[in-house]
Ligand binder design. Structure first.
Ligand SMILES: Cc1ncc(COP(=O)(O)O)c(C=O)c1O
Length: 402
């Protein structure tokens, strides 16, 4: 329950076993024809879930990091009129995202040659969503200095808390600034399958590109991320290079889709099989039920926390990530941070549970994130008193050493 690595679904595990045996390579159609057909199918399904039309495309990737990187590369190329892939970045540009972003965004702005200092980190409101007025101010300030918007990134399911930015407002601003609009739904994409809260990702289809990780909340075994792109042709414009030995000169070349011409990776494994088998075997309704159960478990834990005098919860969870914090009387912020880190280490050592600590608006919290198909409400009933007990023991020890 610490990070976002669910227990994989059994059909997906078999899919990966078969994929290893078949050893299809998407590096070229000729050495991976079945994998090419199936990846195209899975990409289509994901695009249907987002609400993209037939012009959309995409790539399965190793995860959200590579998907966000690809999204940023598409942004850079599109916004510079498809010149940056040849000439590099010529003018001064900035990318805008909230403080709740995943670290993959920082790495991506670096990797596409923009530089981390040109990532504008915008504060979030009380719901941990990007502050639109602060974003507008940052864009206006940059414009005055001759810096143009290259990309606006929306978060549809923050890593810490599953918060969702106002995607419709962000799209409007990106359209006005004529820049790319990328949405990171690496974790939150699972909510597209939810039966209970389908509208949470409202406006996702407005993005130019979207990151969704099937190896997160679609319960597929590692590894499988996805970059989904509203206009498939931007993939070709951004990546399309064909070397002679890879050029398909057969009569059927137009029917043979080449992922390497439309994406970053060359040799690439048959990732789609496990996702396809999961959906074939369980159906999206069953997977959606698992998602809803995880959301229920997080909400249950939130209720336990807010009904207890000893804990606070950062916000009511919209997804399955929840942050709770122990409220010890008379401790400074620094002492509380140390206490949380000590307790997390003690819990790790005892081996019954494991979850991460994180920082939200300067305070340390436990980040607890049920994404397991076998987790139940009873698990939460066991977890909560256990965590309280470890805090009390740690506090007792602290008083003794004081
Ligand atoms: C919102 C978000 N984006 C991107 C990533 C990176 O994904 P991966 O670890 O699959 O590369 C994560 C990982 O937790 C994430 O939560």
């Amino acid at each position: 329950m610490g990070l976002i690595t669910p227990s994989p679904n059994p059909a997906g595990i078999l899919g990966d076993l078969l994929a290893a045996a078949l050893n299809q390579n998407l590096g070229a159609y000729s050495i991976g024809p079945s994998a090419t057909a199936m990846e195209l199918r899975v990409i289509r399904w994901l695009n249907d879930l987002i609400g993209y039309d037939e012009k959309a495309g995409g790539n399965l990737t190793s995860g959200g990091m590579m998907a966000n990187f690809t999204g940023l590369k598409l942004a850079r190329d599109f916004t510079t009129g498809n010149t940056a892939q040849y000439d590099g970045l010529q003018d001064r540009w900035a990318v805008y995202v909230s403080e709740e972003r995943h670290v993959s965004i920082d790495k991506s702005v670096d990797a596409v040659g923009l530089g981390r200092n040109n990532l504008r980190v915008i504060s979030t409101d009380e719901n941990f969503c990007i502050k639109i007025d602060e974003l507008e101010e940052a864009i206006a300030k940059d414009k005055k200095e001759g810096i143009k918007a290259l990309c606006i990134i929306g978060l549809a399911g923050t890593t810490n808390l599953g918060a969702v930015d106002d995607l419709e407002a962000l799209h409007k601003i990106a359209a006005r600034e004529q820049c790319w609009f990328h949405v990171d739904a690496a974790y939150g994409g699972g909510m597209l399958l939810s039966h209970k809260n389908k509208k949470l990702l409202k406006g996702l289809h407005l993005a130019d590109s979207v990151t969704i990780d099937p190896h997160k909340w679609f319960y597929a075994p590692l590894d499988c991320g996805a970059i989904l792109v509203k206009d498939h042709d931007q993939l070709t414009r951004s990546f399309g290079i064909q070397h002679a030995y890879l050029t398909d000169q057969s009569e059927r070349k137009n029917e043979r889709y080449q992922f390497y011409v439309n994406g970053f990776e060359q040799s690439k494994r048959f990732r789609s099989l496990k996702v396809w088998m999961s959906f074939q075997h369980y159906g999206k309704d069953q997977i959606g039920e698992w998602v809803d159960k995880n959301v229920e478990q997080a909400n249950y834990l939130h209720q336990l926390a807010i009904n207890s005098k000893d804990f606070e919860s950062a916000t009511e969870p919209k997804m399955s990530a929840i942050c709770i914090r122990y409220k010890a009387e008379g401790l400074t912020n620094e002492q509380l941070t140390k206490l949380h880190i000590d307790v997390a280490a003690r819990i790790e050592k005892e081996g019954n549970f494991w979850f991460a600590t994180t920082i939200l608006k300067g305070k340390t919290w436990f980040r607890i994130n049920p994404v397991n198909i076998y987790t139940t409400i009873e698990t939460m009933d066991a977890l909560f008193p256990y965590v309280l007990h470890i805090f009390k023991v740690a506090e007792g020890l602290r008083h003794t050493t004081d």
